[in-house]
Design a protein around this ligand. Structure first.
Ligand code: TYD
Length: 135
């Protein structure tokens, strides 16, 4: 597992008929894929996320349009503006994250390392910070 967030540039197959990008388990991304989900029809000004995961790892891609992903490791916050379908943002577990500034008709596509499990969520920011202090 990689502990730091990072932007991963995905392959681009440029073609006059239209471009193509892809990701494959074990190649472009550092985990096995268990789930994908997507976020769409986000009304202007809305915020998604606002939690961390205990174990789940993710790659977040702005397949269409743009939005910002704000990552917080308990010490510092960093904002990643996603607006290209060939960049994936790797988000390690134990990272508080939310998404904001969704453009009209944007489409967020998320590739995850675990199946959906509510018990894997930390939704309380104070508890998140405490877990960072206590290790
Ligand atoms: P959640 O991850 O809490 O979204 P956000 O953090 O943006 O508010 O997901 C919202 C709800 O959607 C959650 O309560 C349950 C459901 N859900 C699933 O059933 N499966 C999934 O893979 C995800 C991501 C969410």
């Amino acid at each position: 597992m990689i502990n730091d967030p990072r932007l991963i540039e995905l392959p681009k197959v440029l073609d006059q008929r239209g471009n193509l990008s892809f990701l494959q388990e074990g190649h472009q991304i550092p985990f096995e894929i268990e789930r994908v989900y997507w976020i769409y029809d986000v009304p202007g000004g809305e915020v998604r996320g606002g939690h961390s995961y205990h174990t789940n790892l993710e790659i977040i891609i702005a397949l269409s349009g743009s939005f910002d992903v704000v990552l917080d490791n308990g010490l510092k916050k960093e904002t990643y503006s996603l607006n290209r379908s060939y960049y994936g943002l790797y988000v390690p577990s134990g990272t508080w994250r939310h998404m904001e500034n969704f453009s009209t008709n944007s489409l967020g596509f998320i590739v995850a390392s675990t199946k959906y499990n509510e018990n894997d969520y930390e939704r309380d920011y104070e508890l998140f910070l405490k877990s960072k202090i206590n290790g």
